[in-house]
Design a protein around this ligand. Structure first.
Ligand code: ATP
Ligand code: MG
Length: 431
């Protein structure tokens, strides 16, 4: 049998130092991989079964690239809040200091801004004392920001503080930023490792099976949907309308719907819908109210954007601004039933920030600890231009350039069909 094709991240060079973990753990990792998940229907794309790709398994290496006592670690958090940010900061700090005995851990504040001298956000030194209890709170002790910074400015700051490893905790934008920093580091021939811990509450990173904070977010929707249901049931023709996160993919909305199946309509970006006409959403809502006198509607923030007036512009990081589908739906429902001369009572819930700012639940905390420590193992072994993530139930190293497009719900998937089944909503609300 041919050697398996293991996809590996970039490496800074030969690992010459013995890992200080020798003695405290009983096994190291090398040359192990987990097969990239695919289905029998995708087999046709393979010429040979030995073309199956493997991702390199994460885990401590016996030989490492950086000499711990001369190593300074930097950490930065960028983009929106997500449960578990502090857990990851803590895991990175503890693993770097306690397991490897690195010289110093610096937390750069306010996202990539903290790595640019002109903003005067000085880094804070992190230790096991000042990060000891941070996982008990939501948010990020390092603060965050949006907005593009110059790669050279960032690198100059890293060099100024003698940083050897930079951990970037952030979403798609942050990881694109990391990739640019790595490319510039290569051009300038500076051996700094950049390893990302992908943060997306929407769980929309391709190849990564699950991102931290997602499970906490879905759990947090449970009570909100229950309250929306109670409000809806308490009034004649009550409608509980809940807007949830999900700019381009509706994983939270769909998972929340399956978790608390009192939801009757789940609207996601992947499945366009009309409002009016025989097959429009409002007609289906009317039938539902006539039948049951109450309804719960969950709408992901990126759903139905084609129904809104063009919202122009982008935020500081270049992300497209979305129209507010929640408020739009609330008003459209009210207007429609006024015209239909049917009394209804709409209660609108927009819990985004209360969910994002929560602390991680136990399972997410555990995942954050594993992500953080495995990011440290990879970086200490000189790996760079990569993220750590779960694939096929194992933690793996994923080269940043490989990530590509967003992970979205396939409307033909059994997952989405189960949502249709659980809600009894029409599979296609397009006229
Ligand atoms: P989230 O989507 O959860 O808010 P994010 O990491 O995508 O997280 P952004 O605000 O889009 O959040 O980006 C975070 C940082 O990454 C910003 O400082 C931004 O300038 C930088 N960044 C975004 N896109 C790019 C890009 N294409 N190239 C380089 N840097 C980028
Ligand atoms: Mg983003």
């Amino acid at each position: 049998m041919n050697d398996p094709k293991i996809i590996r991240p970039d490496s800074l060079g030969e690992c010459k130092y013995d890992s200080p973990l020798k003695g405290s753990i009983s096994r190291f990792y090398q040359n192990e991989g987990v097969a990239r998940a695919f289905r029998t229907k995708d087999l046709g794309a393979l010429e040979n079964i030995s073309d199956i790709e493997f991702f390199e398994l994460a885990g401590p290496r016996e030989k490492i690239f950086f000499n711990p006592e001369e190593t300074t670690v930097g950490i930065v958090t960028c983009g929106g809040l997500c449960p578990g940010l502090n857990d990851v900061i803590r895991a990175l700090t503890f693993c770097s200091l306690e397991s490897y005995g690195v010289k110093k851990v610096l937390g750069f504040q306010y996202g990539y801004e903290g790595l640019v001298a002109k903003y005067y956000h000085y880094p804070m030194e992190l230790n096991t004392e000042n990060t000891d209890e941070i996982h008990e709170k939501g948010g990020t002790i390092l603060k965050s920001s949006r907005g593009r910074q110059s790669d050279d400015d960032v690198i100059d700051t890293l060099v100024h503080y003698g940083v050897n490893i930079l951990f970037t905790i952030g979403g798609d934008g942050t990881q694109r930023g990391s990739r640019d920093i790595v490319n510039r580091l290569k051009e300038r021939n500076i051996p700094i490792a950049v390893v990302g811990i992908p943060k997306t509450i929407d769980n929309d990173i391709n190849v990564v099976q699950r991102s931290f904070g997602f499970e906490t977010a879905v759990e947090a929707t449970w009570d909100i949907i229950t309250n929306a249901h109670s409000e809806a049931k308490a009034y004649r023709n009550g409608v509980g309308l809940v807007k949830l996160m999900g700019r381009e993919s509706g994983w939270i909305a769909a998972s929340a719907t399956l978790a608390n199946s009192n939801v009757n309509f789940c609207l996601v970006p992947e499945v366009p819908f009309d409002l009016y006409g025989e097959n429009g959403f409002l007609t289906h809502l009317k039938h539902r109210l006539q039948r049951k006198q109450h309804a719960v509607v969950v709408v992901a923030e990126g759903a139905g954007q084609q129904l809104l007036e063009n919202v122009n512009g982008v935020d500081k990081s270049g992300n497209k601004k979305l129209g507010d589908i929640g408020v739009f739906m609330r008003d459209a429902i009210q207007e429609y039933f006024t015209q239909e001369k049917m009394e209804i009572n709409v209660k609108y819930f927009d819990p985004s920030y209360t969910i994002r700012a929560r602390r991680a639940n136990a399972n997410d905390s555990m995942y954050c600890l594993r992500l953080g420590s495995n990011a440290v193992h990879a970086a200490m072994a000189g790996m760079t231009n990569m993220i750590v993530g779960m694939h096929n139930d194992r933690l793996v190293h994923l080269p940043i350039p490989l990530i590509g497009e967003r992970k979205v719900i396939d409307p033909q998937s059994w997952f989405w069909q189960t949502v249709l089944q659980a809600t009894h909503q029409a599979g296609n609300m397009l006229n």
